[in-house]
Design a protein around this ligand. Structure first.
Ligand code: JAH
Length: 262
C-alpha cells in the first residue's frame, strides 16, 4: 500500500519509523512518504494560513498550497493501478467516526493520502475540488479537539498497517480480537498464578477449554454491557444464544430484545 501524509509538522510523524509500522515500511509492505506542506508555498514567509471569511477567531489553511500538494501526490490522470481513485483522508472533529470496520476498508486501498489540518481547519474548497478526482473522507477519532490532524494519522495508520497482509503473522488473530465480533474482550492474565495476593481466575488454569471459552464469552458480554451499552445495543439479538442471555441476566442486564439464537 502507498501512503502520503501532508503536514506543516512532518516531524510529528516520526513515530511511523518505529515498531511494527516502521518494520512494515522497511520491508516494503507500506510505502509511506511524509511531506511538508510548506514545500508547496511560494512566498518568502511560506504562508499556509489566512483569516476566515465571515470573521471569527483563529486562522484557516489557505487553499493554494493544498491544491498543489494534491496535484503532485494524486495527479488526476495517473492513479497507481490506472483504475482506482486514490482515497483522501482528512482528520477532523467534524468527520465520520473511525472504526475497526473503516480500518479494514482502508487496508484494502492501494493509495491513501492524508491531509493534516491545523488551526481552524482547511479551506472547504480544497476538499470539494479534491472530490472531483479522489474519494474524500473526513474522519474523526472521537469527540474532542486536537491542535491538528497529525496524531489522528498516527492512530489510523497503526490500525490500518496491522491489517496489511503479512504484518501480524499468526501471533495476532484478527477475527478473535475486540471489535471483530462487536464485544469487548475478556481480561487476560499471565504467570505468576498469584501476584501481590491477586489470583488468576481458577477456570483459566483448569485446562478445560470449553469452560474457558464460556467464561471468556460471559466476561466479554458483562464487560460490554457495563462499559459500552451502545455496543451491546448494536448487536444483532440473534447473535446471542440462551447462555449469553442468561449471563447478562445473572449480571442484572436486560438482554436486547429479539429472537434468541439456538
Ligand atoms: C483539530 C484539524 N477526532 C480527533 C481529531 C482529529 C482532528 C482534529 N481534532 C481532533 C483537528 C484542528 C485542526 C484537525
Amino acid at each position: 500500500m502507498r501512503v502520503d501524509v501532508v503536514s506543516i509538522f512532518p516531524e510529528y510523524l516520526a513515530p511511523l519509523d518505529l515498531s511494527l509500522v516502521g518494520k512494515a515500511r522497511a520491508n516494503g509492505t507500506l510505502r509511506l512518504a511524509v511531506h511538508d506542506l510548506r514545500g508547496w508555498t511560494h512566498d518568502v514567509h511560506r504562508t499556509v494560513d489566512d483569516t476566515p471569511y465571515g470573521g471569527g477567531p483563529g486562522m484557516v489553511m489557505r487553499p493554494e498550497p493544498w491544491g498543489e500538494a494534491l496535484d503532485a501526490l494524486a495527479p488526476a490522470e495517473l492513479a497507481p493501478d490506472g483504475v482506482t481513485l486514490p482515497r483522501l483522508l482528512v482528520p477532523s472533529p467534524a468527520g465520520e467516526p473511525f472504526t475497526q470496520a473503516m480500518a479494514h476498508e482502508l487496508a484494502a486501498e492501494s493509495h491513501l493520502v492524508f491531509a493534516c489540518g491545523r488551526y481552524e481547519g482547511i479551506d472547504q474548497r480544497v476538499l470539494d475540488h479534491a472530490a472531483t478526482r479522489m474519494r474524500v473522507t473526513e474522519v474523526s477519532l472521537g469527540d474532542y479537539v486536537l491542535f491538528g490532524g497529525e496524531v489522528a494519522v498516527l492512530v489510523i495508520l497503526e490500525a490500518v498497517t496491522r491489517l496489511l497482509p503479512g504484518v501480524l503473522g499468526n501471533a495476532g488473530s484478527l477475527d478473535e480480537e475486540s471489535h471483530a465480533h462487536g464485544l469487548l474482550e475478556a481480561p487476560m492474565y499471565t504467570k505468576p498464578a498469584t501476584w501481590r495476593g491477586h489470583e488468576v481466575p481458577e477456570v483459566l488454569r483448569s485446562g478445560d477449554h470449553g469452560r474457558i471459552a464460556r467464561w471468556r464469552r460471559d466476561e466479554a458480554l458483562v464487560r460490554t454491557a457495563t462499559r459500552r451499552p451502545d455496543l451491546l445495543a448494536a448487536l444483532d439479538p440473534a447473535s446471542l444464544d440462551k447462555r449469553d442471555r442468561s449471563a447478562l441476566d445473572r449480571a442484572g442486564f436486560p438482554p436486547p430484545a429479539g429472537d434468541v439464537a439456538k
